[in-house]
Design a protein around this ligand. Structure first.
Ligand code: FES
Length: 153
């Protein structure tokens, strides 16, 4: 943590950069890290938490290795987005907004991804999966579970 903080000046204008860097390192922003950032940048913890609640990119909870985002915007909704989300929830055994116990997947929803014509849309990490259906959910998850196994070999 100190190594990360040493990369930045003791300036409040560095806050967003420091938060991104710490989240990239730990996968989320643990409370101890917030305290250290507060001391280093001379910003109160409540000011930092204020920033964190404003930017959805930051997480105060440990996140999964993979983030599955299911679009719930109107165009995706009318094409079956809610059914796709239900299938992810069923297979991952979590509700949207949560992370699986093995920390492999975090499941989220979004209001629109800006590519309504190919909906329902599911994004896993940076990969877009167009015209998602219930039957595509398992193969999508298997692809990322396989990556986990391959990483271990
Ligand atoms: S509503 Fe899903 S991409 Fe726009």
């Amino acid at each position: 943590m100190q190594k990360i903080l040493d990369e930045f000046e003791n300036s409040q204008k560095e806050l967003i950069h420091v938060l991104h860097r710490v989240q990239a390192k730990f996968g989320y922003l643990p409370p101890e890290a917030i305290s250290e950032i507060s001391r280093h940048l001379k910003i109160t913890e409540s000011e930092i938490y204020g920033v964190l609640t404003f930017y959805s990119a930051f997480s105060l909870e440990p996140r999964g290795k993979h983030t599955v985002t299911v679009c719930m915007g109107t165009a995706c909704h009318v094409r079956g987005g809610p059914k796709v989300l239900e299938e992810f929830e069923r297979r991952l055994e979590i509700e949207a907004g949560n992370t699986t116990q093995d920390k492999q997947f975090t499941l989220e929803t979004v209001a629109c991804l800006g590519c309504c014509a190919i909906g329902p849309v599911v994004v896993v990490d940076d990969d877009y999966h167009a015209q998602a259906t219930i039957s595509k959910v398992e193969p999508i998850l298997e692809k990322y579970k396989k990556e986990k196994k391959n990483d271990q070999n």
